[in-house]
Design a protein around this ligand. Structure first.
Ligand code: F6R
Length: 611
């Protein structure tokens, strides 16, 4: 939540920061602001999108070689010009941008209020900045020193970047629990929440760790811990191309990312799955294979779409590996007192690798000696770094706020892990193992074929766009797919949608069915197919409109439905990677038909770094 960008060096800071903010808008888009230092501190901020800030600055003298910028997802205080960042200090000399939440801000605010401080905004950020300025004043110390002292008292999560008009050659940054990447150029530095604002200038980056402080000048980067010890910055080379974060001719990132899935699934399997040799190579899993095999249970922790991937994986692991699996919402798991024993295996699933609840859940489990494996998309992210092992999903940057290609890549990785463990544990026959390797290998091609035949989804979207509610139903491996379809529709089209196990419908939701309710079945050929067909009949008998994802050639089911999305035939274990795709597109085209900004749905942000 919230995107931060900063620059120091010989370039004009404003265009670098503005472009960076546009790239980070997926993290929050209710207000934006920029502070520049050029013979004094100048702060510009505005409620709304980054483009609105840009329009308001046309014609202004924005020359500066140092600056900070922010795009906000509101936590404390409604979206407004005043609550937008950068926030400035009481003296007007300091400015700050912040991503995260200062949990003890009201206590700090009370202390400062007693000392006579007044606050313009409702933000925790303004409190933090004045707290730091107060320390600086009382101790007559440098800003760096004041930040270090101040952060020792701060409870919560933050990335902060500060500028001081009296030291226009320095940026001070610090992090705990929210991401911060520093791009190292020739005589210049770039700071951002992720690498996307940096990639076109340099590929050399430093990922700042929790409790680290960076003192950054154009030609110098000093990293310290909060104890004031100097640390050696570890420079990593970015493995990402600029094209990966651009729309490449598509109208929206979401559409581009849906259409990238043949490639992203292929990239995920590449170098790992060898059908001829009958092997799956995953180093980060192999090291822990014995522990996974012998674990009395595996707990998958995740949020949202990633949680749905965990649900599919639960079915796959239990079927193939005969290991008990529990799938937990990270936000629940971390706040109860779960029984975690030494040697329990926890699999954290996360696209961003920064989701605060998932991160804290695994940190807690790690402290109880559990083995933590990450199934993560963003290389070098916090969850990846906290995990003992795991596997990247290699889906490339996902910028559309609604997750699409990350889901199918997570399924591909989790299926490979299950197959690998099942093989080692001997809970799968050679024949079934070989068959599933082939089925997995065939998925990218089948996704490609499926995507070639989806034009009619636009018409279906047009037909149902005014429905008030939708019901999504599926059984077995297709139940989490139904949940995911419903989530996509809610996010993108703001239509109320519920996902349910098809059989559970009779225990309540069937009361909703009338001639106005579209019911989307995920009804591909699998072990439960005939039961799902009976459920379709039950909806038809009550005049509900049935839309269904069906297997190519299944004319009987096709004949029962009002509208169908035909997918290629596939084994039920790998079928969710195909079946979800028409549902992603249905949500996308309904959102478009309703004229919504599908890449930036209201109230959402891509990376939920607050708890
Ligand atoms: C849904 C969506 C969210 C994320 C969730 C977890 O389209 O994007 O539900 O899946 O916030 O995010 P990650 O996977 O980054 O941990």
């Amino acid at each position: 939540m919230c995107g931060i960008v900063a620059y120091i060096g010989p370039r004009e800071a404003y265009p670098v920061i503005l472009k960076g903010l546009k790239r980070l808008e997926y993290r929050g888009y209710d207000s934006a602001g920029i502070a520049l230092l050029n013979g004094g501190l100048k702060v510009y901020k505005k409620k709304g999108r980054v483009s609105e800030l840009e329009d308001s600055l046309l014609g202004k003298d924005l020359h500066a070689n140092i600056g900070i910028g922010h795009t906000r997802w509101a936590t404390h205080g409604e979206p407004s010009d005043t609550n937008a960042h950068p926030q400035t200090s009481a003296s007007g000399k300091l400015a700050i941008i912040h991503n995260g939440i200062i949990e003890n801000y009201s206590q700090l605010k009370q202390e400062l209020t007693k000392k006579g401080y007044k606050f313009n905004s409702e933000t925790d950020t303004e409190v933090l900045l004045n707290f730091i300025e107060d320390i600086q004043k009382n101790n007559e110390c440098s800003l760096e020193e004041a930040v270090r002292i101040g952060l020792k008292r701060v409870v919560g999560a933050y990335v902060i970047v500060l500028v001081d008009q009296e030291h226009p050659d320095t940026l001070i940054a610090a992090r705990k629990g929210s991401p911060l990447v520093i791009g190292v150029g020739k005589g210049e530095h770039f700071l951002a929440s992720d690498a996307s604002p940096i990639i076109e200038y340099t590929k050399e980056v430093v990922y700042v760790n929790d409790y680290e402080l960076a003192i950054i000048k154009a030609d110098e980067l000093i990293l310290k811990n909060l104890g004031n010890d100097k640390l050696t910055p570890y420079i990593t080379k970015l493995d990402m191309e600029l094209a990966a974060i651009e729309k490449g001719g598509y109208d929206h990132f979401m559409l581009k990312e849906i259409f990238e899935q043949p490639n992203t699934i292929y990239d995920c399997l590449r170098g790992r799955l060898d059908v001829e040799a009958g092997t799956i190579t995953m180093k980060g899993i192999e090291e822990y294979a014995e522990q996974i095999m012998n674990a009395s249970r595996i707990v998958m922790v995740a949020c949202g779409t990633s949680w749905h991937a965990g649900l599919v994986a639960e079915y796959i692991f239990e079927e193939l590996c005969r290991i008990n699996v529990e799938v937990e919402y990270a936000s629940e798991f971390r706040y109860r007192n779960p029984v975690i024993n030494k040697g329990d295996v926890i699999i954290a699933i996360s696209q961003s690798g920064e989701t605060a609840d998932t991160l804290v859940a695994i940190e807690n489990a790690k402290s109880k000696d559990a083995i933590i494996l990450g199934v993560v998309n963003v290389v070098g992210s916090s969850i990846a770094r906290v995990s003992h092992g795991g596997a990247y999903t290699h889906a490339g940057p996902e910028i559309g706020v609604a997750s699409t290609k990350a889901f199918t890549a997570q399924l591909a990785v989790l299926t490979m892990i299950a197959l690998k463990i099942a093989r080692k544990k001997d809970t799968i026959s050679e024949e079934r193992y070989r068959h599933l390797l082939e089925e997995l290998h065939a998925i990218p091609e089948k996704v490609f074929k499926l995507l070639e035949s989806i034009e009619h989804i636009k018409e279906i979207a047009e037909k149902y766009k005014n429905a008030r509610d939708f019901l999504y139903l599926g059984r077995g491996y297709n139940f989490p797919v139904a949940l995911e379809g419903a989530l996509k529709l809610k996010e993108i089209s703001y239509i109320h949608a519920e996902g349910y196990p098809a059989a559970e419908m009779k225990h309540g939701p069937i009361a909703l069915v009338d001639e106005n309710l579209p019911v989307v079945f995920v009804a591909t050929k699998d072990a439960h197919h005939h039961k799902v067909v009976s459920n379709i009949q039950e909806i038809k008998a009550r005049k509900g409109k049935v839309l269904a994802v069906v297997t190519e050639g299944d004319e009987t089911t096709i004949g029962l439905c009002d509208d169908v999305f035909v997918v290629p035939e596939a084994d039920e274990i790998v079928a969710p990677m195909l079946n979800v795709i028409p549902l992603q597109l249905l949500a996308y085209y309904i959102g478009i038909a309703k004229n919504y900004d599908v890449d930036k749905p209201r109230n959402l942000a891509k990376s939920v770094t607050v708890e």
